[in-house]
Design a protein around this ligand. Structure first.
Ligand SMILES: *[C@@H]1O[C@H](CO)[C@@H](O)[C@H](O)[C@H]1NC(C)=O
Ligand SMILES: *[C@@H]1O[C@H](CO)[C@@H](O)[C@H](O)[C@H]1NC(C)=O
Length: 488
């Protein structure tokens, strides 16, 4: 009897201890969870250093195959920016160019509302002069200028070219000698087809020439027997020239003999000192499609947290870490863009109180060339309200360009900001890096790095500021997009 009573007491005591333990553990978990809804950030860590530190190269690129270093066009890691402070656009210019890019993306996705019929205005392309005159100014692809660049090799012998990489366009092009009409100033020597033994023109009556209509939005022209392409990017940026083939060298072992590209004879616009553009869209003429046999339409990249660091662009399935989670691409709606489903957004751990239809109505894309993420108006208003509440202790500052929620943080070395996370289809949650939450104009003006779309039916765009430091994996053949943390 006594032992029974004793063991009853003992087990009650154990139970009590256990309950205490769980209560304590639960409490501890709660505080941890609350803490993890904020980032403590040094303002200086969001600003680029004046010198380049390629830390991510050793972390990401060096051990991977088929990998190119990704550099911000205007940062200290870019040779294109060196000695050329005049060609470096201000943040204000970058943000207003960003709006032009977004406007042109919306126009491409909603073609019925776009009154410019590009195909008809450019069907007669017998000479390059007329071609230029006919280019519509407003519609078409817009470049923006917050762009990242990679270097590839073209021709035999191989010449190195620094190109803007752009998931929002398809045709790869570079400026070409003899620059029949005009070339802007670029850093690399301008590609010279006559000195490349592997170069050839694409003829007007080839199937490849007719693919240009979809890839550029303009019907091809014909100069004697050579196919002529024309592509415009809004902001009066454009490239027009011969449609060509030559050997593309990604790395020493990754060589593509008959790569189709534009050999630009008339080029103008916001290309900085780059040699042109690398198109990573989903169209058959993009580099993704043209290298499908080797890389199976698989590529990934990481954009560094500041422009004084480097990231990487990897073609093929190399070195994808296990922490990457995949969301399915949604239907492409016949464009070159990569559509994804945004399901919800949380600020400081609180899911924004908006209906699922807000994101469903508009749909969403991921874009490497849009700087600031665009949200449906209701989503942005809800985000801003929660963000302001959680930032209430900091003094506010006037709006800057397209950014309307700014703080004067000049009195602070470190600040505590709410976390922001996106949930994509398939329940893939992505926590943004602090560099994807704030844009630092200067210490006395630090702004929330999001903008509302003008119309609820405009597509949401997950832009490159928000992609910083993430490993972003495009498995185009597999129909899915992956996100991992700590990509560079
Ligand atoms: C390519 O076509 C252009 C225009 O017809 C011509 O001027 C050029 O010489 C051609 N290049 C080659 C290598 O055939
Ligand atoms: C910060 O930037 C704003 C906007 O360009 C400007 O008005 C202000 O004078 C700047 N402040 C400092 C301390 O540079």
């Amino acid at each position: 009897m006594a032992t029974l009573k004793y063991s009853f007491l003992l087990s009650s005591y154990l139970l009590f201890i256990l309950v205490l333990f769980f209560l304590k553990k639960g409490y501890a978990l709660d505080t941890a969870a609350i803490e993890s809804h904020y980032h403590t950030v040094q303002i200086s860590s969001l600003l680029p250093d004046s010198v380049c530190s390629s830390t991510s190269t050793t972390k990401g690129s060096k051990k991977r195959q088929s990998t190119l270093e990704v550099i911000h066009q205007h940062g200290p890691c870019s040779q294109l920016a060196q000695n050329n402070p005049t060609t470096t656009p201000s943040l204000n210019e970058i943000l207003s160019n960003d709006q032009s890019r977004v406007d042109s993306i919306q126009a491409r996705i909603k073609p019925d509302s776009n009154t410019n019929n590009i195909k008809n205005t450019n069907s007669n392309t017998n000479n390059l002069n007329n071609k230029k005159a006919n280019l519509p100014i407003q519609s078409g692809r817009s470049l923006g200028s917050g762009n990242y660049i990679v270097s590839i090799g073209l021709g035999t012998p191989r010449k190195t070219l620094s190109l803007i990489f752009d998931t929002g366009s398809d045709l790869t092009w570079t400026q070409c000698q003899p620059c029949v009409k005009s070339c802007y100033q670029q850093e690399d020597p301008i590609f010279s087809p006559s000195t490349s033994t592997s170069y050839s023109n694409v003829s007007c009556n080839s199937a490849q020439c007719s693919q240009l209509s979809d890839a550029t939005g303009n019907d091809p022209g014909c100069a004697t027997t050579t196919c002529v392409y024309a592509i415009q990017y809004g902001d009066q940026s454009f490239s027009v020239g011969f449609f060509s083939k030559d050997k593309l060298t990604i790395t020493a072992t990754d060589v593509f003999p008959n790569f189709l590209f534009g050999c630009g004879q008339d080029n103008q616009g916001l290309f900085g000192k780059t040699a042109g553009l690398l198109g990573l869209g989903r169209n058959p003429l993009s580099i993704v499609s043209q290298t499908a046999q080797k890389y199976n339409k698989h590529f990934s990249y990481c954009l560094p947290s500041t422009s004084s660091q480097t990231g990487h662009l990897t073609l093929g399935r190399n070195g994808i870490s296990r922490n990457v989670k995949f969301t399915p691409f949604s239907t492409s709606q016949g464009t070159s863009f990569y559509f994804i489903d945004i399901v919800s957004v949380s600020v400081g751990g609180r899911q924004l109180p908006i209906g699922r239809s807000v994101f469903k109505t508009a749909g969403g894309i991921i874009d490497s060339g849009t700087v600031i993420t665009r949200l449906p108006p209701l989503a942005y208003i809800a985000m801003r309200a929660v963000f302001k509440k959680l930032m209430a202790k900091y003094p506010t500052a006037p709006a800057y360009s397209i950014l309307d929620t700014c703080y004067d943080l000049s009195g602070y070395k470190t600040v505590t900001i709410p976390t922001i996370s996106f949930t994509f289809g398939g329940n893939v949650r992505v926590d943004l890096d602090p560099s994807g939450i704030l844009v630092v104009v200067n210490g006395s003006r630090v702004c929330l790095a999001f903008v509302a779309n003008g119309d609820p039916s405009d597509v949401a765009i997950f832009g490159n500021t928000q992609q910083k430091t993430l490993e972003v994996v495009y498995d185009v053949a597999g129909g899915k997009l992956g996100f991992g943390h700590g990509g560079c």
